[in-house]
Ligand binder design. Sequence first.
Ligand code: G3I
Length: 380
Amino acid sequence: MNEGTVIDRRGAIVGAGAVAAGAMLGGAAAATPGLHAIAATKGRAFGTCLSWSPKGADAGSLANPRYAALATRDCGIAVPENALKWQALRPSPAAYDFARFDAILRDAERAGMRMRGHTLLWHYDRWFPKWLVDHDFGKAPAREAARILTQHIRTVCARYAGRIYSYDVVNEAVDPADGSLRSTALSRAMGGAEAVLDLAFRTAREAAPKAELVYNDYMSWEAGNEKHRDGVLRLLAGFRTRGVPVDALGVQSHIGVFAPTDSIERLVATLSPDWRAFLDRVVGMGYRLVVTEFDVRDRGLPADIAVRDAGVAAFAKGYLDLMLSYPQLRDVLCWGMTDRYSWLRGFEPRPDGLPTRGAPYDASFRAKPIHAAMHAALAR
Ligand code: G3I
């Protein structure tokens, strides 16, 4: 039984949980069987995002043998980190460039992984191709916007028919600042964001009738996320009212320890009631759950690697134990298997400038205590 991971003010672990104890022994061996295999014993699946790279490149790609070794031992499902986004697929209004995602999908299928599609529409001008933001929607803007959106979704779904079992149809459409729906070139042309999002899901259902259709967002459990959570709940309720085909909420799960804490377990216990209340509302509307982009930011934890890894492992365990208590949750994906290629390296650097350690493996492809924590959570 973990007596809990307590970190004192000097940053030393004063009460190391069993999981954390691994960190004290100078590093953890990767728990066997792999994460997907243990998830599968509970009818679940585990995976990660994948990048594209040239053969043998030092990248988070299956074309990199070192990364492929991690991914194939731990992952039975996968999702493209960037290759299926509009910015990657659509260099111009008339062109589609599928080469990179084709390669990712080919390699993933050869490795026996099922593929998620991320994302048919990231409803945010910042992530639209520039030509779309600047597009002249002409005299019938709503019809032109619908043409562009439906053509994109139909083209992607037709090309990968039967090979993508779940789509993030819409990503991050809610503005976390106030819970409103973002305004974009498409929504301005169609007279409102709901019309765009509804059309995206209806088109995806028609074009990929067997695929799970997911709304994906990064709302979180910390204080300060209330408006984001409420905005997502309003969106999900509206989908139900309007009869829009949405099957699941994608909970990105980019969680983090953002401030010094003397007890990880107490931090988890503090955050859980509001988060359970949110998740209960979501599943109460009949939605399933997907953990789509799990990783742990560690800027509130001390620089010391053993202490930091123990705190990250304990926080990951507490979060995943809560999420996995929902039978509506089946698929769990992390957003990269190693710190070496994690997006966290560039995003929100720690005050001390040390690289974040929020992935299951470190930059030298060694399993960390978080790997054992994820294994233990998936095995429960
Ligand atoms: O591939 C180009 C390269 O050719 C070019 O030289 C280089 C410099 O401009 O950019 C490269 O594209 C970058 C791409 O990552 C691949 O590395 C984009 O600029 C960069 O914006 C993109 O960042 C990605 C980000 O989404 C925006 O798409 C991150 O890798 C990716 O981890 C992150 O993932 C998002 C999810 O899609 C949604 N949820 C949040 C999550 C984290 O932000």
